[in-house]
Design a protein around this ligand. Structure first.
Ligand SMILES: Cc1ncc(COP(=O)(O)O)c(C=O)c1O
Length: 477
């Protein structure tokens, strides 16, 4: 026996490491049933460790019944350990379910593309960090922890939070609903997963806007829906193209189309509701960032026009607060309410109570709306700084699409072709500038390349530098 035969992996007390290594040797048949383990003194010498360590390891194996001490004369591998399972590789196996097979085919996630080490990272999805928000949030969490209690939560959501959301939606989004219609979820992602479960069978058609938010598409693909893209123009989803797809579910971002920025016009909204009502289709309204409008008041939600009760409204605190919170909500149509409640209960028994209770206080005392006002002012400034910087350093090379809303900008590259795009991203990364292309959000890449610039996570000063670096990179190209 040599030390390499009993490798120690380095974590935890030494006698436990040795016990695990011996256990593996026994299970692999290297110490067969009925064999006597090396004497403690000799094994200690071989491995260069103390005898007590070996004794400790042998005692553990004995407690696990892998060895026995016959009358105190050494440790013998028991018969139970005879059942060795061969040396079947613990490596890859094929997908074990249709779900797993579908998830294995999904493309890379745009979240995974983030380059976290870059100083000037224009990644979409970075939150606006206001230190005062986090101080206040910490106090709220502390107080909520005392109030919330240790029991299983109501899976539909913390009652005070459901109430505050219903009131908030009436005030800010024109939606009339009661707390009973609200299901608290862990973000839009879970909202769509639950909706898919209660309205779609495998093979049913779900329409997504083209372009669209990639993670919702992944959710529907994983569920087994057949995805159809319907294009978006400057009035939002081209509803007249829906009929030929015969969708059961239509996912839209009417307040601020992601990522193009179009706001769905009133005629289109009415056309979509008419379509859903007449065809028995469901509409998933993803209202992810409607609070961030810099030139006008946000339009009320699509759901506020929906007399036929076909719109499933999903809201999230990922943009208005921060995405690690993982809290959002569904306003459930009456016909789906109980199904959605059950789906959530089966999924996870409800969202964590402490965070929900803290958020309820935040909404109840209107601190949330105060925070929103400050965020809108801050984001609007950052947006202007970015636009000015881009105009100053790259005006002749790009076209900026400014919809006056949201937390990102789209920039189309005038003289750059797709093969050069990768090079541009590399040049940028060398200068610590994170740039991200927009074409992964499209079913078919647009004719010319573009970038999706998220600016919420950078200070004014960093945005100025980022714009300058961007101009330099384009010129170097
Ligand atoms: C279009 C769209 N919907 C929803 C979300 C938020 O998803 P979640 O609530 O799961 O964080 C985002 C976040 O970036 C988004 O861009």
């Amino acid at each position: 026996l040599k030390p390499v035969d009993l490798p120690l992996e380095g974590s935890g007390p030494l006698y436990e490491q040795l016990a695990r290594s011996l256990k593996r040797a026994i299970l692999e048949g290297r110490f067969a049933a009925g064999v006597r383990l090396p004497a403690t003194r000799s094994l200690a010498r071989t491995l260069g460790i103390s005898r007590n360590t070996v004794i400790g390891a042998y005692e553990l194996l004995c407690a696990e019944q892998l060895t026995s001490t016959r009358g105190g004369s050494g440790s013998w591998v028991t018969d139970i350990a005879r059942q060795t399972f061969g040396t079947r590789s613990r490596g890859a196996v094929g997908p074990q379910s249709r779900y797993a097979a579908r998830t294995r085919k999904l493309g890379p996630s745009t979240l995974a593309a983030r380059k976290p080490q870059l100083r000037f990272d224009l990644h979409y999805g970075e939150p606006l960090l206001r230190p005062s928000l986090f101080r206040s949030w910490r106090r709220k969490l502390g107080a909520a922890a005392l109030r919330a209690g240790p029991r299983y939560p109501d899976a539909r959501g913390f009652p005070a939070l459901r109430r505050s959301i219903a009131e908030y939606l009436a005030r800010r989004r024109g939606i009339s609903c009661t707390a009973d219609d609200v299901q608290i979820v862990s973000g839009t992602q879970q909202a769509l997963a639950l909706v898919a479960r209660v309205v779609l069978n495998e093979g049913d058609v779900a329409v997504l806007e083209d372009p669209h938010y990639q993670h919702l598409m992944h959710c529907l693909v994983a569920h087994g829906a057949r995805i159809r893209g319907v294009r978006v123009d400057n009035e939002g989803l081209v509803v007249s193209e829906l009929a030929k797809q015969k969708p059961r579910l239509v996912c839209v971002t009417p307040s601020h189309q992601f990522p193009s920025g179009a706001v769905m016009s009133l005629p289109r909204r009415m056309e979509l509701l008419q379509f859903a009502a007449s065809q028995g289709a469901w509409v998933f309204e993803d209202d992810y960032d409607s609070e961030f409008q810099y030139r006008r008041r946000p339009l009320p939600a699509l759901r506020s026009l929906d007399l036929s009760d076909r719109v499933i409204y999903a809201g999230t605190f990922s943009k208005t607060l921060f995405p690690s919170l993982r809290l959002g909500f569904i306003v459930c149509p009456a016909g789906l309410r109980e199904d959605l409640f059950k789906a959530k209960r089966l999924e996870d028994f409800g969202c964590p109570t402490i965070e929900q209770a803290a958020l309820a206080t935040f909404l109840q005392n209107r601190q949330f709306e105060k925070h929103l006002r400050k965020s809108v002012a801050e984001l609007s400034r950052r947006r202007s700084v970015l636009i000015e910087g881009l105009q100053q350093h790259a005006a002749d090379l790009i076209e900026i699409e400014d919809t006056g809303a949201g937390v990102h900008l789209i920039v189309w590259l005038k003289d750059t072709r797709y093969p050069q795009l990768e090079r541009l991203l590399e040049l940028a990364a060398k200068r610590e500038l994170g740039l991200y292309p927009i074409h992964p959000y499209y079913q078919k890449p647009p004719a010319r390349p573009g970038l999706l610039l998220g600016y919420a996570g950078l200070s004014d000063a960093s945005i100025r530098v980022a714009a300058k670096l961007f101009g330099q990179c384009l010129r170097d190209l």
